[in-house]
Write a protein that binds this ligand. Structure first.
Ligand SMILES: *[C@@H]1O[C@H](CO)[C@@H](O)[C@H](O)[C@H]1NC(C)=O
Ligand SMILES: *[C@@H]1O[C@H](CO)[C@@H](O)[C@H](O)[C@H]1NC(C)=O
Ligand SMILES: *[C@@H]1O[C@H](CO)[C@@H](O)[C@H](O)[C@H]1NC(C)=O
Ligand SMILES: *[C@@H]1O[C@H](CO)[C@@H](O)[C@H](O)[C@H]1NC(C)=O
Ligand SMILES: *[C@@H]1O[C@H](CO)[C@@H](O)[C@H](O)[C@H]1NC(C)=O
Ligand SMILES: *[C@@H]1O[C@H](CO)[C@@H](O)[C@H](O)[C@H]1NC(C)=O
Ligand SMILES: *[C@@H]1O[C@H](CO)[C@@H](O)[C@H](O)[C@H]1NC(C)=O
Length: 361
């Protein structure tokens, strides 16, 4: 079984349906608005904003949302409250919007109303926008994030594979193997070289394209395809607030296939020979504007900056470039050089793979 990648977020708000059965990847949620904060779940399955209960962990199967205890989440028909309860009947149609917001019945709008307790912990209960009496309530959106495709039931903190076994050259300074002139500018900033710090952005949209079919839209994908026939575009919605208001780094994380969690599937990599023999690699470029799910090879935005070729070898993390980020969509294209092919499911855990953006200090 292959995993739901972060790209579930790429499912369009308009066409918002997850196209096939997927093995669960868990995620967390935060409320955006006032109040804002982490979504927690209390002992009776009420999802709340803030307060003393532990952070809620969720996953989706089709349009059904479950919590980490596999309890069915729904909007209670009589109260419109958002809860996850064992054996709950009824169903709510949940989808993920382009921007990563959780939608119920095609609406991104929720109400946060002060909870009556227990403990008077300052938390808020969450209701759908069908709530009639909204006295004291505030409108919020629920943003998903922190996707993890670890097999369910395993602690996500399970020992991460270490890089100590890496025999691969360039491990210490992978950036040196690229031709990117932009890299020199990174010296002025201190940028994380991986996502282990936990502050990072993943693409909300991954759109494969093909130079051989320039007018064909292949739509949002769970998977990235880079080969002579496919260039994949990645779209990030970078926040405007700190720490994303300055310089960011574009990273490409490429673990050994054997380090990927089995639930995350395997990547296909054409191999080191194309790279060394054909001087191949992946060409990363920043586009002039963001992309949409319908973007094709023929109508994608022009390149703003071509970062050049990076020779990728399993077991390495690459800092592709630094760029001015924040408050806007940033899209990147990744194309093949020298016949290299890489097809993979973008996956943030437990051994992350793919394209990420991290803020520099
Ligand atoms: C969260 O809410 C607090 C208090 O209302 C506000 O000061 C802060 O700016 C909000 N943060 C974000 C990211 O919206
Ligand atoms: C769920 O909602 C989405 C749009 O938000 C819609 O495309 C889909 O058909 C709905 N599914 C069901 C079973 O109603
Ligand atoms: C609306 O809700 C508030 C807060 O829960 C409550 O004080 C008020 O009486 C309610 N109003 C009506 C008309 O039910
Ligand atoms: C690559 O990054 C991941 C986390 O972001 C980290 O666990 C891994 O050790 C890094 N690999 C190398 C070779 O530095
Ligand atoms: C793509 O569309 C353009 C403009 O409509 C057309 O000129 C071109 O022939 C099309 N290319 C292919 C391969 O269909
Ligand atoms: C890759 O390009 C080929 C040739 O145009 C096309 O048939 C295929 O569907 C593309 N793959 C994806 C995943 O878009
Ligand atoms: C980013 O925002 C923080 C907090 O508001 C501020 O201290 C910092 O100077 C800003 N950085 C840039 C580059 O604007």
């Amino acid at each position: 079984m292959l995993s739901l990648s972060l790209l579930a977020l790429g499912i369009g708000a308009s066409a918002a349906s997850i196209p096939r059965q997927i093995s669960p990847c868990t995620f967390a949620m935060t409320a955006v608005g006032e109040p804002n904060g982490t979504i927690v779940e209390d002992t009776i399955g009420e999802n709340r904003i803030g307060g003393v209960y532990p952070q809620g962990i969720y996953y989706m199967d089709g349009h059904t949302l479950f919590d980490g205890l596999h309890h069915n989440c729904l909007i209670w028909p009589s109260t419109f409250q958002f809860q996850c309860t064992q054996g709950a009947g009824g169903s709510t149609n949940f989808t993920l919007a382009d921007d990563g917001n959780l939608m119920h019945d095609a609406s991104e709008k929720w109400f946060a109303c002060p909870s009556a307790g227990p403990g008077d912990d300052g938390s808020y209960n969450i209701f759908s926008d069908a709530l009639k009496n909204t006295t004291g309530c505030q409108s919020v959106t629920l943003r998903t994030g922190g996707f993890s495709c670890t097999a369910m039931g395993r602690p996500s903190s399970s020992a991460a594979p270490t890089a100590t076994a890496s025999p691969v050259l360039a491990a210490q300074n992978p950036a040196a193997s690229t031709t990117s002139a932009a890299l020199t500018s990174s010296a002025a900033h201190s940028c994380p070289t991986d996502i282990s710090g936990g502050v990072f952005q993943f693409p909300h949209l991954i759109v494969p394209t093909s130079p051989q079919a320039p007018n064909t839209s292949f739509g949002n994908s769970y998977k990235a395809y880079v080969s002579p026939t496919n260039t994949t575009l990645f779209n990030f919605d970078l926040p405007s607030a700190a720490p994303y208001n300055g310089t960011c780094a574009l990273l490409f994380l490429f673990p050994f296939g054997s380090d990927l969690d089995p639930s995350a599937g395997k990547y296909y990599f054409s191999g080191i020979e194309e790279e060394l023999g054909e001087k191949g690699g992946l060409d990363f470029a920043l586009l002039k504007s963001g992309i949409e799910s319908g973007t094709t090879y023929g109508n994608m935005p022009p390149l703003a900056t071509d970062y050049g070729k990076t020779e990728i070898l399993p077991g390495n993390n690459y800092t592709i470039a630094t760029f001015s980020c924040g408050g806007k969509q940033s899209a990147f294209s990744v194309s093949s050089v020298g016949g290299v092919e890489l097809d993979y499911f973008q996956d943030s855990a437990p051994s992350p793979i793919g394209v990420y953006v991290v803020p520099c200090s």
